[in-house]
Design a protein around this ligand. Structure first.
Ligand SMILES: Cc1cc2nc3c(=O)[nH]c(=O)nc-3n(C[C@H](O)[C@H](O)[C@H](O)COP(=O)(O)OP(=O)(O)OC[C@H]3O[C@@H](n4cnc5c(N)ncnc54)[C@H](O)[C@@H]3O)c2cc1C
Length: 492
């Protein structure tokens, strides 16, 4: 195997140099400025532009998509960062708020599998198959399983339930760590939630995610984002990459626009897709909020981060199909904290076959683990490289159990860490999935503190993931739309 000698590292890689002024074609005033091109920011921009308003979207990175992005490497490799799987609801969201072509490219994964010391099987990720597994493999009474589903369905977002997911599992399936693992492990990878998070967040995500299979975007993230950019262009959105928003301007309790790359751009409304804590503390400034709000926002806990190992299969080589998405662990039992262990025993493998990008006969494999930023942040350069090498080595060792001889087929290996995520997305502590549940009301109530100020993006667990983020973009856009119409009413 020709293994890449130096692993790529976001924190030292540096961004591509600016070619000219990225904002040379920007207008001086817009109805809405969107900060960030994550799926929430992109979707909100599209919805507002379709409603007839002038929208400008500013992204600090050279690529769009935020976490939903991709990168290319020598050897013809294209790596997707977060295209592992999402719920079928994404099809409807894309049809309604993007276009039919994007929706039509959303296709089901062919295989999802678990492999750990407690159980190993393929699963369709449908409600029926979960029921079958729980009854036949885990030998639970059907009434118990149905009762659990009913309990989840009856959960109401506005209920003030303090029950945690762990407590709820223990209530329904006492002492059944294997069942807890089946129900929780994929969701922890999908949105960083733990057994200690509120059961309500689990209920909402479970109903979306684990009912009708797992889906992907045929053509890869690069095609998705290209199609989204085409749609934004058709709807008249001005969008710019390599533009750092430094400040959201506020005067007399009202948003006035932003300062980006040192330039002032005026807007009636601003929607931030940056992290909610960063938005409040850095982009706006705590002085523009009530002391209680600012204090509450400062106390919001961030969600965990991730590491990934990207593995490129040499051109001309192939790997046999085993599954698309594999949740694997060598840990005897399940607990949330260990999923974030620095050199842990649990990971997911996403296998990208040629069907990911029809017409391109290439294979890549991406291993993902949840991770704690604190484990990685203070390492010296030497320690950092050593830990990344170790992670790559352990991942390869695990992968060989499923694909013997895989090392000989790879010609590119690269590791990303919480530091990489922080560098590329500017999320504090490289948070992959926004904030814990308590972040949601702060995100939703920004406009009550500063007129014309909105937030959309991974927050509060339930608004995380591809579907959660895109849908939150729509929810926030509806509020922006109402606000902008109210201004038109005033000036009419
Ligand atoms: C490793 C990993 C795997 C994942 N796997 C899945 C999966 O399989 N399925 C799934 O559904 N979800 C998955 N997710 C989660 C999903 O990708 C995210 O929840 C979703 O893409 C987040 O979208 P967002 O709108 O919150 O914005 P983000 O993706 O967080 O993007 C925010 C954008 O704002 C930009 N920005 C921030 N500050 C500024 C500024 N000051 N000026 C200009 N621009 C700024 C950033 O550069 C970034 O582009 C995964 C995430 C990770 C990290």
């Amino acid at each position: 195997m020709t293994r890449a000698k130096k692993y790529h590292c976001g924190s030292t890689d540096g961004k591509a140099p600016l070619k000219g002024d990225p904002l040379r074609n920007v207008k001086s005033r817009y109805d809405l400025i969107v900060i960030g091109s994550g799926l929430a920011g992109l979707t909100a921009a599209n919805v507002i532009a379709k409603a007839g308003f002038k929208v400008c979207l500013l992204e600090q990175h050279y690529n769009f998509g935020g976490m939903a992005t991709w990168f290319k490497r020598r050897g013809g490799h294209i790596f997707d960062v977060s295209l592992h799987g999402f719920p079928v609801g994404m099809k409807k969201t894309c049809r309604k708020y993007w276009n039919q072509s994007i929706a039509d490219s959303i296709i089901p994964l062919d295989g999802v599998s678990y492999d750990n010391p407690q159980f190993s099987f393929d699963i369709e990720f449908t409600r029926e198959d979960f029921t079958r597994k729980l009854v036949e493999e885990f030998e639970l009474p059907l009434e118990k399983v149905e009762g659990f589903y009913q309990h989840l369905r009856a959960m109401n977002f506005y209920d003030d339930s303090r029950e945690t997911t762990g407590e709820m599992f223990e209530h329904w399936f006492p002492g059944r760590n294997d069942v807890h693992r089946l129900l929780m492990e994929p969701i922890s990878y999908a949105n960083g939630s733990t057994l200690d998070d509120p059961a309500i967040s689990y209920g909402i995500v479970f109903s979306n995610f684990m009912s009708k299979g797992v889906y992907t975007f045929s053509g890869g993230t690069d095609l998705l984002i290209q199609e989204m950019k085409n749609e934004l262009r058709r709807n008249g959105v001005d969008f710019f990459s390599r533009v750092q928003v430094d400040r959201i301007l506020v005067k007399n309790g009202q948003t006035r626009g932003v300062v980006a790359n040192g330039k002032e751009i005026a807007a009636s409304a601003v929607l931030s897709n940056a992290n909610i804590k960063t938005t409040i503390a850095k982009l706006v400034g705590e002085e523009h909020f009530t002391p209680e709000f600012a204090k509450g926002a400062a106390a919001i806990r961030l969600n965990n981060s991730s590491t990934q190992v990207y593995m490129g299969v040499r051109e001309g080589e192939s790997i046999p199909f085993t599954t698309d998405l594999l949740f694997t662990s060598t840990r005897k039992t399940f607990d949330s904290a260990s999923l974030c262990d620095m050199q842990g025993e649990s990971r997911t493998f996403s296998f990208y076959h040629p069907k990911t990008r029809p017409g391109v006969d290439r294979y890549t494999i991406v291993s993902s683990t949840n991770a704690n930023y604190s484990d990685w942040k203070n390492l010296t350069d030497k320690q950092y490289e050593a830990e990344k090498d170790l992670l790559a080595e352990r991942t390869l060792h695990c992968l060989e159990g499923y694909h013997p001889g895989i090392r000989e087929k790879l010609d590119h290996i690269e590791v990303s860490t919480p530091r990489t995520f922080e560098f590329y997305t500017q999320h504090s502590a490289g948070s992959s999935f926004g904030t814990k549940f308590e972040g949601l009301p702060f995100s939703m109530d920004l406009h009550k503190q500063v007129a014309g100020l909105y937030h959309a993006g991974s927050v509060g667990i339930i608004m995380s993931g591809w579907l959660g983020a895109a849908n939150y973009g729509v929810i926030a856009a509806n509020k922006v739309d109402e606000f902008l119409h109210s201004l038109r009413g005033v000036t009419a």
